[in-house]
Design a protein around this ligand. Structure first.
Ligand code: FMN
Length: 205
């Protein structure tokens, strides 16, 4: 049986469009594949900021770790286990100050783990989470896919880079843009996202 992992990270609660459409994709893929669904809601249950206990703990053998290191590495291991166990990953992200939310950054700081999710063993960086399908849903108040703000998209470009760095290169991107540009822009963004999601779900069948 396939496993779908839904990760949401916008702090805007029920107003979040990235959460809404990421959830729609995850539920749709689950239904079409007859898959299980695991939900990691980083707004409701944030990963802590990484600490010295985590950074030192992950290069210390398990039997030599302090209690703080055991806990910190255990937190990261739980998040990595979810990724490793997933066949399909759906990631929702809302732009906060030109980048992803700090909740999502903290999650990446845990799962970007040398020797576990990436390696420099061959000299060049190699992502270790291979063979998985990713749906990335990004929402932003402005328009960043084109135009004068395109150079300032430190959300989508950053997320695509980090996903690829840990081996997640098979990514379908859904951009929801212009969500603070007034009701007409929001309606247009939602209509476009709905059509994109339906088309992706048809392909997933
Ligand atoms: C604290 C905060 C910071 C934001 N920063 C930006 C920003 O830098 N650029 C932008 O275009 N929109 C910004 N926005 C608008 C959000 O990107 C927009 O509401 C988007 O829809 C959020 O994603 P969500 O709908 O998934 O919550 C910000 C919103 C909040 C609440």
């Amino acid at each position: 049986m396939s496993n779908v992992l839904l990760i949401t990270s916008s702090p805007r609660g029920a107003d979040s469009l990235s959460t809404r459409f990421a959830t729609e994709i995850a539920e749709g893929v689950k239904a079409r594949l007859g898959a299980t669904l695991t939900v990691r809601d980083l707004a409701a249950d944030p990963a802590p900021h990484i600490t010295a206990a985590y950074i030192q703990g992950r290069v210390t053998s398990p039997e030599a770790r302090t209690p703080q290191q055991v806990e910190a590495v255990g937190n990261a291991q739980t998040l990595v286990d979810e990724l490793q166990g997933a066949d399909v990953i759906v990631l929702g992200s809302g732009m906060m100050n030109f980048g992803p939310s700090s909740q999502l950054k903290a999650w990446f700081d845990h799962v970007t783990w040398p020797g576990v999710t990436f390696s420099y063993g061959t000299g060049a960086p190699q992502g270790l989470l291979t063979g998985k399908k990713v749906y990335l849903v990004t929402a932003a108040g402005g328009v960043f896919s084109e135009g004068v703000y395109a150079p300032f998209d430190f959300q989508t470009n950053y997320l695509l880079h980090l996903l690829g760095f840990i081996g997640l290169t098979n990514v379908e991107l859904v951009r929801i843009e212009g969500t603070v540009l007034g009701p007409d822009a929001v309606r247009a963004a939602i209509t476009k996202a709905e059509a994109t999601v339906q088309s992706l779900l048809t392909e997933a069948a």
